[in-house]
Design a protein around this ligand. Structure first.
Ligand SMILES: [Zn+2]
Ligand SMILES: [Zn+2]
Length: 255
């Protein structure tokens, strides 16, 4: 049995942790990624300068502009993709946004999940997407989770869950959808065909704790590279017969 920490040990540990982060703050003060102002990784002024995408396109053909990111009629008729709509909050050509995402994902700046989550929640409101009943973050494979220490999509999902509708916490389900296989990062694969193949059997669903049938599902991911990941997640989730599946990302790489 693990030895329980007594309260004195606990206090010392906490004190040490606190002074450690205090020291880190002094030695490496947080600076705004855009303007360099001290205090946080994104200052209030620069936060306001983050630009929302002014239009949304069909996630399948990536050509037709649609009202709120839903599939265009032509693509819907083919019934090839189960994802109903995709909202991209910002643009990949926004260098500031890309630097923020990069700091969040690869420099492990967990606290950016609040600002980026806020950006996503506002985009969802702006495009009047169906109010989600369940929010599902795109899962990471265990190996990648261990390497990064946190699932960046889960933190964004949690923020949206608590802030999309004032006073209501939308359930986040990070158990039902599982990542079965460790896949190659989509960014490193150029061809669409191989990206799609890379995703095959990458995900699976477990019997959910909450009912998915007839529910509006919101899938959350940080970046959409080709759509292959989100399409595959939607295909797997569609077996649980939800009413609709919407996905939200911070940016799409092709836009
Ligand atoms: Zn700034
Ligand atoms: Zn289309």
């Amino acid at each position: 049995m693990p030895k329980k920490q007594n309260s004195c040990q606990k206090n010392i540990t906490e004190l040490f942790q606190r002074s450690e982060s205090f020291l880190v703050d002094i030695l490496f003060p947080r600076r705004c990624i855009k303007c360099g102002q001290e205090g946080s990784f994104i200052c209030d002024l620069c936060k306001r300068s983050l630009e929302y995408l002014s239009f949304q396109i069909c996630p399948v053909c990536e050509k037709t502009i649609t009202l709120s990111g839903e599939q265009c009629l032509k693509c819907k008729q083919t019934q090839a993709v189960e994802l109903d709509r995709l909202i991209s909050a910002g643009s990949y050509s926004d260098r500031f946004l890309v630097r923020l995402i990069h700091a969040y994902k690869y420099k492990f700046v967990e606290e950016l999940s609040e600002d980026l989550g806020d950006f996503m929640a506002n985009a969802l409101k702006r495009w009047k997407t169906p109010i989600p009943d369940i929010i599902v973050p795109v899962p990471l494979h265990k190996r990648r989770l261990k390497w990064r220490g946190f699932n960046q999509s889960l933190l964004l999902a949690k923020y949206i869950s608590e802030n999309l509708i004032p006073g209501i916490e939308i359930p986040v389900d990070d158990k039902t959808l599982e990542r079965k296989r460790h896949t190659m990062p989509q960014m490193e694969m150029k061809e669409y065909g191989s990206r799609k193949q890379n995703m095959q059997n990458a995900f699976a669903v477990k019997p959910p704790d909450v009912e998915f049938r007839n529910k509006n599902i919101l899938l959350v991911d940080d970046i959409c590279t080709t759509g292959a990941t989100l399409f595959e997640c939607a295909r797997i989730i569609s077996t649980l017969r939800p009413r609709s599946i919407t996905a939200v990302v911070l940016a799409r790489q092709d836009m």
